[in-house]
Design a protein. Structure first.
Length: 333
């Protein structure tokens, strides 16, 4: 299915793996997942030189932030035999599945595959599918529209990249929505741009980090939503969790939401499509859909990758690939 494009922003061509490239990647994935099963902290560097050259080159290019769109779509990724789409949260339905190796390899070419100690028990790979009773949660388990956000907006060590591998499309054409701040900034006035660059915003911890807690969710210190030099802008924004300090900041957030909407590219992910997003350049979201809970609903797998974890943070990590709990490092940045 084609990409739907808004305004003048033409969707960049997808990278389509050949049958041989997909086969080679799957073989490497089977080897990699064997190591990961024995140890989630496994070093996969021995396999990286054998990642198909076309894919590796595209990932390295994307890693350097050369795409102003902030995303890369890879098509033709093997997904293998799959069980029914899980019905419950956190079922671990794909333990040992070779697609886990695929995502780990891609994550390690981009940087290093990572998880968060206080999100999903530090899991490195996350299932994205609807869960009955959680339709309205702004998480992987919801099915209502999920407005634009950058991932883990509250965290001092936000992921540099995230990846979404489509395993099952589901019963309807649900769009994953991507919008680049480097395209959207042209739709902001000078005053709006200036306000978004000031310390006038706080972000609540996402609910995926506060499951099981009672009371108000914690919030960050004041932060900028927009930063970086002109033409090299970066974004820290979650439409549900980023809160303005005053009416002027609120109006600027509204203008930002409209600007992102104006440049949005919609991608309907087919099985075997891998969408990679630069988490500092592009916000992403999802259109609403109606789940049937029949084992054939939409199912994606998500990963995070980080290019360079500071040495002090590495010494605090509970394991090689899991970043410290937010409370342990809150206030450092």
């Amino acid at each position: 299915m084609a990409l739907a494009v808004r305004e003048k922003h033409v969707a960049q061509p997808a990278l389509r793996l050949t049958q041989d490239e997909a086969g080679t990647l799957w073989e490497l994935s089977e080897k990699s997942v064997g190591l990961l099963d024995r140890s989630p902290s496994a070093d996969l560097s021995e396999f990286l030189p054998d990642v198909p050259a076309q894919l590796c080159d595209a990932l390295v290019d994307f890693r350097e932030g050369t795409a102003s769109s902030g995303y890369l779509l890879v098509k033709g990724v093997t997904t293998g035999d799959l069980p029914d789409t899980p019905l419950a949260y956190g079922t671990q339905a794909l333990v040992g599945h070779a697609s886990n190796g695929t995502l780990a390899l891609v994550g390690d070419v981009l940087g290093s595959l990572i998880g968060y100690a206080d999100e999903k028990n530090g899991d490195l790979l996350h299932d994205v599918h609807p869960v009955r009773g959680e339709e309205h949660r702004m998480e992987n388990s919801g099915s209502v529209a999920f407005d634009f956000h950058t991932e883990n907006v509250h965290h001092p060590l936000r992921p540099d990249f995230l990846g979404l591998l489509s395993l099952r499309q589901g019963h309807e054409a649900t769009a994953t929505r991507v919008a680049s701040i480097r395209h959207a900034v042209a739709h902001l006035s000078e005053d709006e741009n200036a306000v978004l660059r000031r310390l006038r915003f706080r972000s609540l911890f996402p609910t995926s980090f506060t499951r099981g807690r009672t009371g108000e969710r914690p919030a960050t210190a004041e932060h900028r939503v927009l930063f970086g030099n002109p033409g090299q802008e970066f974004l820290r924004f979650d439409s549900f969790n980023t809160k303005p300090a005053d009416p002027e900041a609120e109006r600027a957030l509204g203008a930002l939401a409209e600007a992102l909407e104006a440049v949005c590219v919609e991608v309907v992910l087919e099985p075997g499509d891998l969408l990679l997003v630069n988490n500092h350049i592009a916000a992403h979201g999802r259109s609403a859909f109606t789940p049937r809970y029949d084992g054939r609903d939409r199912w994606l797998r998500r990963f995070y990758s980080h290019r360079a974890v500071p040495g002090w943070a590495r010494l605090m990590m509970p394991s090689k690939r899991v970043l410290p709990a937010t409370g342990d490092i809150q206030g450092i940045f």
